[in-house]
Design a protein around this ligand. Structure first.
Ligand code: NFS
Ligand code: SF4
Length: 641
């Protein structure tokens, strides 16, 4: 691949991130296309696609519905409602498949570890105990590895389940009240693989013609996402890599270091990112021998979140920053595994010395170097990756390096265990009591999980930041994951100073009391970083714990979810799971459903009567904050607080 065949230069401010805007100018000068340029080239986007009324499910089509007249049906007779519902089910199932396949890799890794065949340790001993307890696996007299093996096999049994029994992991993890609601709706998944296969079957030409039935299947796919994807993923990853604890780090492209070998881990699998960090530490000497001051690993997307949460590795940026990281000219290797890395990366990297290294056999990029990393060969392959990065460093052109001077202190590592641990310093016997008491007294009005991606259709990070500012000012506690957390990190929401800057008086008092009791010497950050997107299960666990403590349903809590800049299918699946949990789930960009007033009405209204949750679409951050606040007030009033 050669550089210089890109023509349309960037020029506008597409982001509120000053580092990104600085590098977009460099991209323009160097004639390198980014996602923003390609977005301009794509415009206007196809209206049929945006509304979800294009069907390609058989070779008689593609068929399109005219929202303003004829035709009102595809060749087989499928109308807009049916086409939209089928497309949505495929989208949610696609997201669930990504998360489930990710979790499956972790489960296989755990199985291989416990069989002595994988090059990883078991760092999360406490998690082995808690996961065994919820699954009803006895631990008495057994070694950790034996229990962990039973846990892995229990997970795999869900994938081999040929009975009509619902998934064991779901029943062990979700509140009993929710399981009953889902049972009555007929949406409890049995074997996740089987249900996803059925979803593909249902949506084929000439099978399910009922939009309502298809939407219920979408809820089922959302539950697969929640329990076979997120929950299994987090539980198993914590067992292998350890339960995260609060750690101070830094965020934004200024974390790259001019005199060190810079390696970016990007994607989602801690099996890759954690190993790269481990070997980067061990092979510092090799980097020094090559003339560098050492090795600096930084993260992008959820791989970055995984190693921030457990190892305090700094965050270089979120989804839309990935190409700009290469454009700094300072990245020697970008190591990717699965999900959310742009296929454009080798083309951008061809303009520099940067090596793009793929590591998973299901996810290859032409013109990238492939170093296949599996549980069995992780150590030797991670060493090769570090070696390739050091070799690339030797070819770095110092004149083309531009590292923006933007770097902000950011704390990660707020697992549920860590949050409960901090609260236990205030009330050791009853750790949730201080939090609940403050919610009841109104010092904290409620809590919102702000999650998800960047999307080139909206200014990078703007919605995350504006929404969160309003929520914090109104004494709402914010927890964040994914690219949202990384975005918020860049503007100081993830450090103790941010509490003073952004939190309302009630919230600030609580953050200060808990932070000081926990020995942080100041307030907790106003936004608690709970991890990657699979770690949204941690938010689910926190809600279950709060609901259990208060003896109410998760749908009755004064809480909400928001994915302001959602981009990936996975974000849609997570959203459906959140709605199934009973949450008001805000999004700023609607998924492609607006071509069906029936589907739109069910998702934004009628479904509330079934699960207690619904989607809330609002494209203005301040109005969205108002909508969420009024929902929280309403829930508080219903609880009589
Ligand atoms: Ni989540 Fe993580 Fe980011 Fe969106 Fe992609 S990295 S799994 S999907 S873009 S938040
Ligand atoms: Fe057209 Fe029906 Fe085929 Fe879809 S399934 S492409 S609507 S004929």
């Amino acid at each position: 691949m050669t550089c210089g065949d890109c023509t349309a230069p960037s020029g506008k401010n597409y982001s509120i991130d000053p580092a990104v805007n600085e590098l977009l100018k460099k991209a323009e000068q160097e004639k390198i296309l980014t996602a923003w340029d390609r977005y301009e080239q794509q415009r206007p986007l196809c209206g049929f696609g945006e509304l979800g009324i294009c069907c390609r499910n058989c070779l008689q089509g593609p068929c399109r519905i005219n929202p303003f007249g004829e035709p009102k049906a595809g060749i087989c007779g499928a109308d807009a409602d049916l086409i939209v519902a089928r497309n949505l089910l495929r989208m949610v199932t696609g997201g669930s498949a990504s998360h489930t396949d990710h979790a499956y890799s972790a489960i296989q890794c755990l199985r291989l570890i416990t069989e002595g065949k994988a090059e990883y340790d078991l760092k999360g001993k406490d998690k082995i105990a808690s996961v065994a307890a919820k699954l009803g696996i006895t631990t008495h007299g057994k070694k950790d590895a034996e229990v962990a093996h039973e846990i892995a096999m229990t997970a795999l049994q869900d994938f081999g389940n040929f009975t009509e029994e619902p998934m064991r992991w779901l029943r062990a993890s979700a509140p009993a009240e929710r399981v009953e609601v889902w049972k009555n709706l007929g949406v409890l998944p049995r074997n996740p693989d089987r249900e996803m296969r059925t979803a593909m079957h249902k949506t084929a030409m000439g099978v399910d013609g009922s939009p309502l039935n298809l939407l219920l299947a979408a809820v089922k796919s959302g539950l697969i996402d929640g329990y076979a994807g997120l929950q299994m993923g987090t539980d198993i990853q914590d067992i292998i890599f350890g339960i995260p604890k609060p750690a101070k780090s830094a965020a934004n492209l200024g974390v790259l270091e001019r005199d060190k070998v810079n390696i970016i881990v990007h994607g989602h699998m801690p099996e890759v990112s954690d190993k790269v960090v481990e070997w980067a530490e061990k092979l510092e000497g090799d980097a020094k021998a090559a003339g560098a001051a050492g090795i600096n690993v930084a993260g992008i997307c959820c791989s970055g979140n995984e190693v921030l949460m457990r190892r305090g590795v700094p965050v270089a940026g979120n989804f839309l920053s990935q190409e700009l990281a290469v454009i700094t000219g300072a990245v020697d290797a970008m190591v990717v595994d699965v999900q959310c890395f742009m296929p454009s990366l080798p083309k951008v990297a061809a303009c520099y010395h940067t090596k793009i290294i793929t590591t998973q056999d299901i996810a290859r990029l032409p013109d990238a170097e492939h170093i296949s990393l599996t549980p069995e060969n992780a150590d030797s392959q991670a060493q090769k990756i570090i070696g390739a990065a050091i070799e690339a460093y030797k070819k770095r052109d110092a004149r083309r390096v531009q590292i923006p001077a933007h770097k902000v202190e950011a704390w990660g590592g707020f697992s549920v265990e860590a949050i409960v641990g901090a609260l236990a310093k205030v009330d050791p016997k009853n750790p949730l009591k201080p939090l609940v008491d403050n919610i009841v007294s109104g010092a904290i009005k409620g809590a919102v999980g702000v999650v998800g991606c960047n999307n080139v259709k909206v200014t990078q990070d703007a919605f995350h930041a504006e929404l969160v500012k309003d929520l914090l000012a109104h004494d709402v506690l914010v927890v964040a994951t994914g690219c949202s957390a990384q975005g918020l990190a860049k503007y100081g929401f993830l450090n103790p100073e941010g509490a003073k800057q952004y939190a309302g008086p009630g919230l600030l008092a609580v953050l200060t009391a808990v932070g000081e009791a926990a020995g942080l010497g100041g307030p907790l950050p106003p936004v608690l970083h709970m991890g990657s997107c699979v770690d949204n299960s941690r938010i689910g666990d926190l809600l279950s714990a709060l609901a259990g403590y208060l003896k109410v349903s998760t749908k009755d809590l004064p809480v909400a979810a928001s994915a302001p800049e959602l981009q990936h299918e996975k974000a849609v699946s997570i959203g459906v799971w959140a709605v199934a949990l009973g949450l008001l789930t805000h999004i700023s960009l609607p998924p492609p459903v607006l071509g069906s007033s029936l589907v739109t009405k069910i998702l934004t209204n009628d479904i509330e009567g079934l699960t207690g949750g619904k989607f809330y679409v609002e494209a203005d951050p301040h109005k969205a904050a108002q909508g969420i606040l009024s929902h929280i007030r309403h829930k508080r009033a219903n609880l009589g607080i």
